[in-house]
Design a protein around this ligand. Sequence first.
Ligand code: B16
Ligand code: MG
Length: 218
Amino acid sequence: MKKEIAFIFDLDGVIVDTAKYHFLAWRNLANELSFEFTEKHNELLKGVSRVRSLEILLSIGNVTLTEAQKQTYLVKKNTEYLGYVNQMTAEEILPGINQLLDFLDQNNIKYALGSASKNAPLILEKVGLYNRFSAIVDGNDVSKAKPDPEVFLIGAKKLNMKPENCIVVEDAIAGVEAANTANMVSIGIGDAELLKEATYILNDTSGFTTDFLQKILN
Ligand code: B16
Ligand code: MG
């Protein structure tokens, strides 16, 4: 390996698929407010903060709430979401991720988490990965949401790495944009058309083969 590098991982859509649980909780909230919320709508919330997600959801339903009502619904949504998160186990780690972390450990490559989720530490604990990360940056640590690069820049700082030597793994367009703005290498996980701004694109996390890793690291 030519230079010292580090990885920064998004959580939802990269390490685990919590989007399905966010969807169930947001859909129940929409139904309570008497409108439909589809899986397609849910795509708009990926990588977006909880507060911003509620704003988007309310605009889909054309519903206006007071600040106090919004707070009540945010708590309600998160309580339901945590009910699903508390059932999570290591089985839910996405394919290829354990092998990727093993590869990074074997090659002394540090890695951090850079997630918009305030529940990120709990989720990592539930799936048994909490202690593997050298640093965790989550929704509690940032003031500016993706596509602002803040979350990844804090991650690089915590790892004591220069941004240009960090590789971000992201499934959301806003996350890829944040990584690019931070002057980091980005690996987009998902639809090649949607994530076309990423430096590299993989259909899913099983694409982290040794061949791919050797290619990007050399
Ligand atoms: P919470 P990521 C994001 O996680 C999710 O993609 C997004 O759907 C969610 O609204 C956001 O976390 C906030 O989550 O309500 O748990 O604080 O993709 O940045 O890991
Ligand atoms: Mg994500």
